[in-house]
Design a protein. Structure first.
Length: 149
């Protein structure tokens, strides 16, 4: 499983001009599942999202997590996060899980983040979404459960 995590002051997801998810201070997480992901991959990403210390403390250092600052998380399923662009000019999405495999894994990710006590909003799986946001920093972190050692 992979995720791109952005520290945001606000973010929302729109589907057909309807706002389906919105947060203020917190993390915007674009998440993608691989075909062979397991609960361990989901747990790794969920733990990292909840505990990444990328918010400023009183000394101006990135030393606080989204939990520490009372923030929220917006999880958006985005199979393109699994893209492989190493060869040619068109990315390959072969590593992405099919919708039947990915949707339950993304739902498990949301549940695992919620279980850490964080409020979580989501996009709509497999929908065409618009995701306006304000990235603070900018801070963008790539998480990959297969690169955890």
């Amino acid at each position: 499983m992979r995720a791109v995590v952005q520290r945001v002051s606000q973010a929302e997801v729109r589907v057909a001009d309807e706002i389906v998810g919105r947060i203020e201070n917190g993390l915007l997480v674009y998440a993608a599942a691989a075909a062979d992901d397991t609960a361990a991959d989901v747990g790794y990403i969920a733990d990292k999202v909840a505990s990444l210390r990328i918010f400023m403390d009183s000394a101006g250092k990135m030393n606080l997590s989204v939990q520490d600052v009372g923030g929220s998380v917006l999880v958006v399923s985005a199979f393109t996060v699994m893209a492989d662009a190493r060869k040619g000019r068109r990315p390959s999405f072969d590593a992405s899980a099919t919708g039947e495999v990915a949707e339950p894994l993304i739902n498990q990710l949301v549940e695992a983040i919620e279980a850490s006590g964080l409020p979580v909003q989501t996009g709509r799986f497999a929908a065409k979404m618009q995701v306006p946001s304000t990235n603070e920093g900018p801070i963008c972190i790539l998480l990959d459960s297969r690169r955890n050692v």
